[in-house]
Design a protein. Structure first.
Length: 382
């Protein structure tokens, strides 16, 4: 059995990240210090203020030991403390025969004792030393001295993330020019017909009008030239229809053989994409299966690996087994960080984005991936 449904083979893949372990440690320490402070205030209020220091010291020591024992039992029986439950972490066994199971109260006693000694007020030197030892673990399991002595490892029991599809760019919104629409409507509106003007009432007498009519010259209208009718267009002769083919009789139709069916085209194989990766060390190959990258990458038990890419790291920012990449079922190249110390970064069109541990990300042509101080270029070949 395993903790929270976590199978033993996935312990290496679920190694907790340093930042989440720090937050869980801080939550546990804040809760413990709050209880210690309450016990100290009660001891001062009841005993120290009344000049009775020994019972006050006994009360404080009892509370400290009680909190320590409760943390030991919680860690040994289920690998849970308040901080680890809040961050989705568990303390499990790292032994080959019981990987993924609780470590037990005995080993938890040793682990909590060493952890308590390192947190004695020394200006944070002890805690920083434990954190440095865990970060420099060459096996990539981030085990401090307390974990190595107790044979324990801190794992992440949150459900794995689902690969998200690439978001499509939103289509541009259509802009409507209301001013142009109003102008077009105004141009299309016909102007109203002019109203006939009402003739003004005559102001002259009949005699004066007759005299002016005789004096005015007579206007003869000019003859209107008539347009000649268009010449008639001769009709285009219609070509005779071709004679209809003779209809064969029933006997002739039976005697004639049936025409052969048209040939069915053979299915064309779907074109597959080839992904080529090139590292800044000069290594280059076409991805043909699972590839693991690191200073000395090692596969998990039962894992089939097609490419082992061993890279040198001048500043030790590359973990032993840093990341992996492979081609998905739909032909997409997918990269995933395997819980490395310094993480993996995806650079796309000069924009960098850090990838979370054990969170797959799809790659496209032209991407760059940084594993510590090493860079990998991705090219899709037709």
């Amino acid at each position: 059995m395993s903790v929270a449904g976590l199978p033993a083979p996935t312990v290496e893949a679920a190694i907790a990240e340093p930042d989440r372990r720090f937050y869980a440690f801080a939550i546990d320490r804040v809760i413990a210090w709050a209880i210690f402070a309450a016990a100290g205030f009660a001891a001062w209020l009841i005993f120290f203020r009344n000049d009775n220091p020994l019972p006050g010291v006994g009360l404080i020591v009892s509370v400290v030991l009680g909190v320590w024992l409760v943390g030991t039992v919680l860690t040994g029986s289920g690998g849970k403390t308040p901080g680890k439950m809040a961050l989705g972490l568990r303390v499990v066994s790292d032994d080959s025969g019981a990987a993924g199971r609780p470590i037990g109260v005995g080993k938890a006693f040793v682990r909590q004792a060493l952890l308590g000694l390192c947190t004695i007020p020394t200006l944070g030197i002890g805690t920083a030393t434990f954190a440095w030892v865990a970060a420099m673990d060459d096996r990539g399991r981030r085990q401090g001295w307390h974990d190595r002595r107790a044979g324990s490892v801190v794992v992440d029991v949150r459900p794995p993330a689902v690969v998200e599809a690439e978001e499509e760019a939103p289509a541009p919104r259509r802009i409507v020019n209301l001013t142009t629409m109003r102008l077009k409507q105004a141009e299309a509106t016909p102007e109203p017909a002019e109203r006939p003007q009402t003739p003004a009432a005559p102001t002259q007498s009949a005699a004066q009008a007759a005299a002016e009519a005789q004096a005015a010259p007579t206007l003869v209208p000019a003859p209107i030239a008539r347009q000649a009718p268009p010449a008639p267009v001769p009709p285009t002769p219609t070509p005779p229809a071709p004679p209809a083919p003779p209809v064969p009789s029933a006997a002739q139709a039976a005697a004639q053989p049936a025409p052969p069916p048209p040939p069915v085209p053979a299915p064309q194989p779907a074109a597959t994409a080839r992904w080529r990766v090139t590292f800044d060390t000069g290594q280059s190959f076409v991805v043909e299966g699972l590839a693991i990258v690191g200073r000395g990458p090692e596969p998990r038990p039962g894992e089939e690996v097609a490419h082992r890419v061993a890279l040198s790291s001048s500043d030790m920012s590359l973990s032993k087994t840093h990341a992996q990449f492979q081609i998905a079922a739909d032909g997409t190249l997918v990269v995933m960080d395997r819980g490395s110390t310094n993480g993996t970064t995806l650079i796309r069109q000069s924009a960098a984005r850090a990838l979370g541990a054990r969170r797959p990300a799809a790659l496209v042509d032209g991407d760059k991936v940084k594993f510590g101080d090493r860079t990998m270029d991705v090219v899709r070949e037709a």
